[in-house]
Ligand binder design. Structure first.
Ligand code: SAJ
Length: 424
């Protein structure tokens, strides 16, 4: 079976690059997104997200007639679902965030309407364990004239698989092509169909398993990184208390051949690592104790950083009683969720900046070289220039290790360095 027409549903950070790569391999690609504005931008050969190499690929795909975007599903041979799976915000403060898979359900029901015998449906969205099986049920509920793997095994009309994306923002195009793929088919023939789809561009290995293991693999990868970062963040708090330079400590410990500690920071951001572990906790709340605590350690880190800023303010006031808090200027360096990107989603730096603005009566300078305007949540503020902030601020709060900040250690004022690039 050859899958010549591929439909990608959800043209966001994963779906759009995936669609563009298929188009670059001269597959006929139909991108589907509910947002008319997104569809219009793509059909004009432009992009609504920043990712190196993406715009050129989208422009080429559209210009050469391989890629077009629409707002509702059309007939195709393979459907890749890459819609968001956010979590529902806490109902009460101490409840575990719950994953919201309603976009997968609505997408599945819409895709079902255009399915034909021989099609394959692949779920790529990060999902709680058991979601692919639910998707198979939703598809079957809409199409009694077709057979599905949960009832007809390897002879089913429709093939269904789970294949998580594992690409790193900032290096998406390269990782889409080079990374290994974990493919969890509902049957072996489902896995084979999915391999056939990805073989048009994936140069890594396609490793097969069942749907539940593939779903858990994705969550495990990100939970593992979250636990590793929590260890580093906890170390940073302990070392601060013991007057030890945590960055030096980690460099030394990592000289051990079997130790590889990650780097502390102001907290964990982005839409993956800070979210996905909750999908495991939601399913197994009484068992996922370490995973829960790691999340809590990382979520507490921004508050610890704010306490360090409060201490710096108190220090200045103690040394010069003629000053008041409103005379003190604080510069925040970096707002993105990690270095050298413009993505502010779930960024601990934004959270910290907002809290400092709310608590501090003096000037707060926001320096972020990768954006040209501030997000809605920081409206009424302006971006500040790096040079002026470094010279003028009383407290320098380094939040993101952007390359622009290296070798720019301020020579005066108090430094609160959450990334260790301005350590003495
Ligand atoms: N961070 C630290 N210390 C570190 C490493 C990261 O504090 O040593 C922080 C970053 O500053 C950032 C957050 O963690 O705030 C997450 O950044 P990241 O670079 O670790 O990961 P993401 O969110 O950009 O991408 C992750 C990747 N997952 C893994 O590395 C296991 C990527 O491969 C996934 O595809 C992506 O999540 C996803 O979409 O799930």
């Amino acid at each position: 079976m050859s899958y010549d027409c591929i439909s990608i549903i959800g043209l966001g950070y994963i779906g759009l690059p995936t669609a563009a790569v298929f188009a670059s391999r001269e597959k006929k690609v139909i991108g589907v997104d509910v947002n008319q504005n997104t569809v219009d931008i793509i059909n004009a050969g432009k992009v609504h997200i920043v990712e190196p190499g993406l715009e050129v690929m989208v422009e080429e795909g559209v210009r050469n007639g391989f890629f077009r975007a629409v707002t509702s599903p059309e007939t195709a041979d393979a459907f890749l679902i890459a819609v968001p799976t956010p979590f529902l915000k806490n109902i009460s403060e101490d409840s575990v965030p719950k994953p919201d898979i309603s976009y997968i359900e609505s997408t599945s029901r819409a895709v079902a309407k255009v399915l034909k015998k021989g099609d394959v449906v692949i779920l790529e969205s990060t999902s709680p364990v058991g979601t692919t099986e639910k998707m198979a049920v939703w598809l079957a509920q809409e199409r009694h004239d077709l057979t599905f793997p949960q009832t007809h095994g390897s002879t089913s009309d429709i093939r269904i698989a789970y294949c998580p994306e594992r690409v790193l923002p900032g290096n998406v195009i390269n990782e889409l092509i080079q990374n290994d793929r974990v493919i969890g088919g509902m049957t072996e023939s489902c896995s084979e169909a999915a391999i056939e789809v990805y073989s048009s561009f994936v140069e890594g290995n396609c490793v097969t398993t069942n749907t539940r293991t593939a779903e858990m693999a994705k969550l495990t990868e990100n939970a593992s990184r979250d636990v590793g970062i929590a260890f580093a963040n906890e170390l940073s708090v302990i070392c601060d208390d013991l007057d030890i330079d945590v960055w030096e400590l980690i460099r030394l410990a990592n000289r051990h051949p079997r130790v590889d500690i990650l780097q502390p920071g102001p907290g964990v951001g982005g839409h993956c690592i800070a979210v996905d572990p909750w999908f495991i906790v939601d399913r197994s709340p009484n068992l996922a104790k370490l995973i829960t605590e790691a999340r809590n350690v990382n979520d507490r880190k921004p508050l610890w950083v704010i306490d360090k800023v409060k201490l710096a303010i108190a220090d200045i006031l103690l040394k010069d009683p003629s000053k008041s808090s409103c005379d003190i200027s604080i510069a925040c360096y970096g707002l993105a969720f990690k270095p050298n990107i413009d993505d502010l989603r779930e960024s601990p730096a934004v959270l910290i900046a907002k809290k400092i603005i709310a608590m501090h009566s003096g000037t707060v300078l926001l320096v972020e070289p990768n954006i040209t305007s501030l997000p809605e949540s920081l409206k009424n503020r302006q971006l500040s220039a790096l040079d002026e902030s470094i010279v003028g601020a009383d407290i320098h709060l380094l939040l993101v290790d952007h390359s622009e900040f290296y070798n720019r250690r301020p020579s005066s004022g108090i430094i609160v360095d959450t990334r260790g690039i301005w350590s003495a």
